[in-house]
Design a protein around this ligand. Structure first.
Ligand code: PHE
Length: 378
């Protein structure tokens, strides 16, 4: 910067000469015009009107001029800086508009495209139904008990009073993992190993593990050598109930089942028993529940048939009975002091008649279109 000087003439100061200032302006305007985007314009702005730009330096020279020269130089430099500033602002607006237009095209969202719908997962209706049943019994003071699916033949059959040649062993279409007659099993004096055919071995395990009184509900998966079709599946679910206490009778069994069916199907739905045979209960019975849809009204009324009970008025639930004293003895319980009842039924079947499911395969295929209508209970 030059020192104040009375005879100083701005025209003589190189940086303040009109043609210099005009050159600075032309260069700035050319640089702004050439800037292709906002980043380039920012660079040009720093170079041409920034603190260290030729125009800013020229402006600073004015301070060193004698008072009479300041006005003229100030007008020239100030006017140019204003003009350059306006050019910058104009170019800035143009480039911003270009960017906005480009963003609108590049980042356009087609709101008519189908969205990616991610639905939350849910429990299988077999699980929720089984848990609902467990809850009914837990509320009555029962304990949930579970056992292995690969089970010793002794628990699945022997302890339950199936003699070795008992036809019921074959009746239950067993998957044998290792048969009792296998050389290694026989050598070790061990029982064979099966995929459990019912949840009743959990009764035995519960009695061996606990002291009476015993109240357990045993849900679980069971296996039988059935082909998968509309009414059979080789893997299915049962819930088993076992109560051992002093003085239990079949009336307690029936009252308990009445409570379960009215909790599940509606107040007043009752049950009935029909004679049957199981080696591990004596007496044994088949338990039916009243049809919760027609409540028996469709029986003998061809004009109002009931799909749920095939107009029979009753629906088969499962097997039940008083625990056979031989089973109590095998499990170390004194049959003179204690008695008990047991009940077992299939969850798939119950889901079928409770929700009009016609094909069992729907339950095993895992298609959410089947499970979704049951609701998204988590
Ligand atoms: N375990 C029997 C079955 O699977 C059902 C049952 C359970 C019968 C308890 C009587 C008592 O067929």
């Amino acid at each position: 910067m030059s020192a104040p000087n009375k005879s100083y003439d701005p025209v003589e100061v190189e940086a303040l000469k009109p043609e210099e200032i005009a050159r600075m302006r032309d260069e700035a305007l050319a640089a702004f015009a050439a800037a292709g985007d906002l980043a380039a314009l920012h660079e040009a702005k720093i170079a041409h009107i920034g603190d260290r730009s030729p125009l800013a330096l020229a402006n600073r020279e004015i301070g060193a001029l004698p008072p009479h020269a300041k006005a003229d130089a100030g007008k020239r430099v100030g006017g140019t800086r204003a003009e350059v500033g306006r050019a910058l602002a104009t170019r800035q607006e143009e480039l911003e508009a270009e960017r906005d237009a480009r963003v609108l095209v590049e980042e356009a969202v087609d709101v008519t495209l189908p969205g990616d719908r991610i639905t939350p997962g849910a429990r299988h209706p077999l699980t929720t139904l089984s848990e609902r049943i467990e809850d009914i019994f837990v509320a009555m003071g029962y304990e949930v008990a579970e056992g292995p699916e690969v089970e010793a033949e002794w628990f699945n059959f022997d302890a339950l009073n199936f003699t070795p040649d008992h036809p019921a062993r074959a009746m239950q279409d067993t998957f044998f993992v290792r048969s009792a007659g296998a050389a290694d099993a026989a050598a070790e004096g061990e029982s064979g190993v099966v995929l459990r055919t019912h949840t009743s071995p959990v009764q035995v395990r519960s009695m061996l593990d606990r002291e009476p009184p015993i109240y357990v509900v045993c849900p679980g998966r069971v296996y039988r050598t059935d082909e998968l079709d509309a009414t059979h599946t080789p893997v299915f679910h049962q819930v088993e109930l076992l109560a051992i206490d002093e003085g239990l009778t079949m009336a307690d069994l029936k009252g308990t089942m009445d409570h379960m069916v009215s909790a599940l199907f509606g107040e007043g739905v009752s049950t009935r028993v029909r004679p049957n045979y199981f080696p591990f209960t004596e007496p044994s019975a088949e338990m039916d529940m009243q049809c919760y849809v027609c409540r028996g009204a469709s029986v003998g009324d061809p004009d109002h048939p009931c799909r749920t009970c095939s107009s029979e008025g009753w629906i088969e639930l499962g097997g039940c009975g008083m625990v056979n004293p031989r089973v109590l003895i095998a499990c170390g319980i004194d049959p003179e002091k204690y008695s008990g009842f047991a009940f077992g039924f299939g969850i798939e079947r119950m889901l079928m008649f409770r929700h009009n499911v016609e094909d069992m395969r729907d339950m095993v295929e895992g298609d959410v279109r089947f499970t979704r209508p049951f609701g998204m209970e988590i």
